[in-house]
Every structure is written in structure tokens, then in C-alpha cells.
Design a protein around this ligand. Structure first.
Ligand SMILES: [Zn+2]
Length: 486
């Protein structure tokens, strides 16, 4: 009980500072791998609390580690802070109103994610000092989750290797420990090179790069029927050839992402897609070159640690909503048909599937914490670069309610709620649960033989061997541009 009270009151005493960081990141709304102001906001706050900061991990200017304390046990909190293009939206407005037309916005609430993980690191550090708990605590500034896979490059550099536990969370519309896996993914550009020619006069001399893309897409759409279940193929044109209709395009580019339940399935599908591309090039007498852009392995939850986080989340409880929050949440989803809201995925709600539609309809905000699922055959079809962390360090995560039930990530409705009382309460609740979970782990003196961190490491070794396996070759480098954080 003592730890819960100490952490809760520390987070509450510092709530204005933590909200300031979160709102500052929301305002900056910087895109993946270019989060200079956002990283600075986090670093300035961590500096105030005596953390030592190292920036530029893996050659990414906005990737950093802020550390307090020394040696083992070592706990790290992973925080993200990148926004999404096109999702600019006024805070708290339930009607579509971008602040900047076409501008970026925090449609995945990474402003809250980064600020809460930072707050958890700070709260843990103060508790460790007060109680004389040995070890170290780190906050990892992890850029480019929405594109760029910052953590993959950080993990490849060994940035997380000294940790006994990596903890994180994601803003959601419910409160639940995150004990399920998600997918591995890889993204490639296929560049086709043909022969330009006058399309009417000398079409026989042209070799169309666009035709090659189209045939590749047809091939991949037929491949869909024969790919393994739980895999996916997505594509879009990056460049569909010259806009002049009288020209046979000599260059076109199509971007493919594919994913599966694990990195092995993903790599097999990736190789089949490459074969289709080569077939399309052969058919059109063009050349194809493929370029790896990014990729990550799947998330492998560490259940040994997740159980501790789950208990901490239960102890802290859900965010405490007031009338104004409920009214805002109801307004935020007023633009969505109730039928759509009722169809919310039952996964991680902690309820039986048949109970979910009524529960979601009756509660604009989640007021309960789900039990941890010990085993589930379901793999969430989305991906995150936290997968790379989970391959090398025992990793556990939470989902915490920061928005109206039934509103989904990667929409302007989520941007609108990321700088509101609802979002702030979710962020502070996440900080408390993460810090309490970390402290509970440290209090078990868990590094000893048979202790928690040993058992967590054994689970990791059984599941991944502790070695990073990626769907991209070593030659792929992070997509960064010059810039300075400080
Ligand atoms: Zn996200």
C-alpha cells in the first residue's frame, strides 16, 4: 500500500508538469524521426529530475536514453512521441476542424504515451531514492513508431541489452494488461524501370514500368488466396509514371507492406511477393529493383512481467471520470453510427463477446480494468517496433483508456481527445500503474536466483532466444534528416 500511495501522490503533485510536456508534444505534432521539439520537452523534464541523457542512439538524433541510478536491476520505460500526417484537429472538437489544413496530428496519442512513460520513470526514480532501492531506471526516447521503426535500430545497436525489464503502454479506449502478441511487418518499394516512348506513334518501342506495377498488383492479389491465414498484404503507388498520357512511363514505383503472426511467416510472404515482382518484370521486359524501407518482428509479451503490471493496474484502477469527461466522450463519438460503436472488437475488454455491444453503448468511457489473458490464440493484426525490444529484453505493456469507447486510433477523433481532460487522466493513470509495476518488480529483489527478473529472462530465452530476428537486412539504415535536439 505504501508504494501505491507514494507514487500516486508524487504523480498528482507533478501533474501540471507532466501535462505540460504532453500538451507541448501534442502542439508540436512532429512526424516520425523528426521529433526535435518533442524530444527536447521530454529531455528538459528528465534533466530537472537528475537523469543523465545520451542522445543520437543508432545515429537517430531524436533517439535517447535518460538514466538515473547505477547498475542492476535495470528497468527501462519506452516512450514514443511521433504524430501522423493529415490528422491535425482542434483539441476537444467533435466536429472535423484541422488546426492546419493537411497538417499532422497526434492521432495515435503518442504525446500521452511519451509523457506517461517519462512520468513513470521519474516517479520510479524518486521512490527508489527515498526507499534506498538499488539499481537504475531509464527512459528511452523512441522516435518513429508510426514510420521508421526507431526501436528496431536502437535494439539492433544493443541499446536495450542492459535492461532486466522494458515497460511501456499504449493509449486506448479501455484498460487492460497487454498480454497478447501483435504482427511482424516489412515494407519495401518496388522500383520498375522500362523504356520511354511515344505512346501513340512508337508504342512498340516502349516498355511500360506502370504495366509492370499493375501486373505485380494483379499477381499479389491472386497470391492473397494462397497466402497463410493471419498474414496481410497492403500496397499503394508511390509513383505511377508520368502524368503525360502520350508517354510510355519508363519508371514507376509501388510500395508493399506485408505482415504475419511472426517474422518467419512474414519473411516467407515477403519472398513470394518479390518473386511476383520479378515475374511482372519478365512479362513486361522491364527491370525491377526492390528497396527495404522498414520492418519489425512481432511483439512477444513477457507474461512473467505482465502479471506484475496487471496487478499494479488493478491496484491503481481505471481513470476517474467526471460528468464533463463523460459528456465530452459522448460528444466525441456522436459522429459515429451506434452500430459501428457497438461492433467494437471484444478483445482485451475483459468481457464475453456478447456483452461488449451493450457495454460499449452504455459507457462512453471505460470504467473498469480487464483481467490479464494468460493465453490467447489471437494475434493483433497491427504491428509496432516494440516487437524488436521484446525480442531482446523481457517486455510488458498496458493499455489505458484515454478516449471515448468506440473511437479508434489513427483518426482525427483521437487527435481531438489527446489534449483533453480525458487524455490527461488516462496519461496520469498510466504513469501511476507503470511506476507501481516497476517498483513492485524492484521490491522483490528480483535479480536473485529464482527471482522475478531471472524467471522473466528464462521466459524470454524460451520464446525468442534473446536474439533479434528482423525482416530487413543489416544494410537498412534509419531514415533520418540532419537536426539537433538540444
Ligand atoms: Zn501508436
Amino acid at each position: 500500500m505504501k508504494a501505491k500511495e507514494a507514487i500516486t501522490s508524487f504523480v498528482e503533485q507533478n501533474r501540471e508538469a507532466f501535462i505540460r510536456v504532453s500538451d507541448g508534444i501534442w502542439d508540436a505534432a512532429e512526424l516520425a524521426m523528426r521529433e526535435y521539439q518533442s524530444a527536447k520537452l521530454l529531455i528538459d523534464e528528465l534533466n530537472k529530475h537528475g537523469f543523465t541523457v545520451v542522445t543520437g542512439i543508432a545515429g537517430i538524433p531524436t533517439a535517447f536514453e535518460a538514466t538515473w541510478g547505477k547498475g542492476r536491476p535495470a528497468i527501462g520505460f519506452c516512450g514514443e512521441f511521433d504524430a501522423l500526417p493529415g490528422l491535425s484537429q482542434e483539441a476537444g472538437n467533435h466536429l472535423r476542424k484541422p488546426i492546419t489544413e493537411g497538417g499532422s496530428g497526434h492521432g495515435c496519442m503518442h504525446n500521452l504515451l511519451g509523457a506517461a512513460a517519462m512520468a513513470a520513470a521519474i516517479a520510479t526514480r524518486h521512490y527508489m531514492e527515498e526507499e534506498g532501492i538499488p539499481g537504475s531506471v531509464s527512459f528511452f526516447g523512441c522516435p518513429g513508431e508510426e514510420g521508421g521503426c526507431g526501436k528496431v535500430f536502437m535494439a539492433r545497436e544493443g541499446a536495450f541489452d542492459h535492461l532486466d525489464a522494458a515497460l511501456s503502454w499504449h493509449p486506448d479506449d479501455l484498460n487492460s494488461p497487454w498480454s497478447t502478441g501483435n504482427s511482424a511487418t516489412v515494407t519495401l518499394d518496388f522500383h520498375f524501370y522500362g523504356q520511354a516512348a511515344h505512346a501513340s506513334r512508337f508504342p512498340h518501342l516502349g516498355r511500360s514500368a506502370l504495366d509492370a506495377c499493375e501486373l505485380m498488383n494483379i499477381g499479389c492479389n491472386y497470391l492473397r488466396e494462397h497466402k497463410p491465414p493471419n498474414t496481410k498484404i497492403l500496397y499503394n503507388y508511390e509513383y505511377a509514371g508520368t502524368p503525360r498520357s502520350g508517354v510510355v512511363p519508363d519508371y514507376a514505383c509501388v510500395r508493399y507492406s506485408c505482415g504475419g503472426a511472426n517474422v518467419k511467416d512474414t519473411n516467407e510472404l515477403r519472398d513470394r511477393i518479390i518473386q511476383v515482382a520479378e515475374g511482372a518484370a519478365m512479362m513486361t521486359e522491364t527491370q525491377v529493383k526492390y528497396e527495404f524501407l522498414q520492418g519489425t518482428c512481432e511483439y512477444v509479451p513477457n507474461l512473467t512481467l505482465c502479471r506484475i503490471l496487471s496487478d499494479a493496474q488493478k491496484e491503481v484502477g481505471p481513470p476517474q471520470w467526471d460528468e464533463a469527461d463523460l459528456e465530452l466522450a459522448q460528444r466525441m463519438r456522436s459522429g459515429l453510427p451506434m452500430e459501428q460503436i457497438r461492433k467494437r472488437d471484444p478483445f482485451m475488454t475483459g468481457l464475453a463477446p456478447e456483452e461488449v455491444p451493450d457495454w460499449v453503448e452504455q459507457n462512453p468511457l471505460s470504467n473498469m480494468v480487464a483481467d490479464m489473458l494468460e493465453s490467447t490464440p489471437v494475434v493483433i493484426p497491427s504491428s509496432s517496433d516494440i516487437g524488436a525490444v521484446s525480442y531482446v529484453v523481457p517486455t510488458a505493456q498496458l493499455a489505458v483508456a484515454c478516449k471515448a469507447l468506440g473511437t479508434v486510433n489513427h483518426t482525427w477523433m483521437t487527435t481531438a481527445q489527446g489534449k483533453s481532460s480525458i487524455g490527461h487522466k488516462g496519461m496520469l493513470t498510466a504513469a501511476k500503474a507503470l511506476a507501481l509495476g516497476a517498483v513492485r518488480m524492484l521490491e522483490q529483489n528480483a535479480w536473485e536466483e529464482g527471482g522475478l527478473f531471472r524467471r522473466a529472462r528464462e521466459e524470454l530465452m524460451k520464446k525468442t532466444g534473446g536474439k533479434l530476428v528482423l525482416p530487413i537486412p543489416d544494410s537498412v539504415a534509419p531514415d533520418v534528416e540532419e537536426g539537433v535536439v538540444l
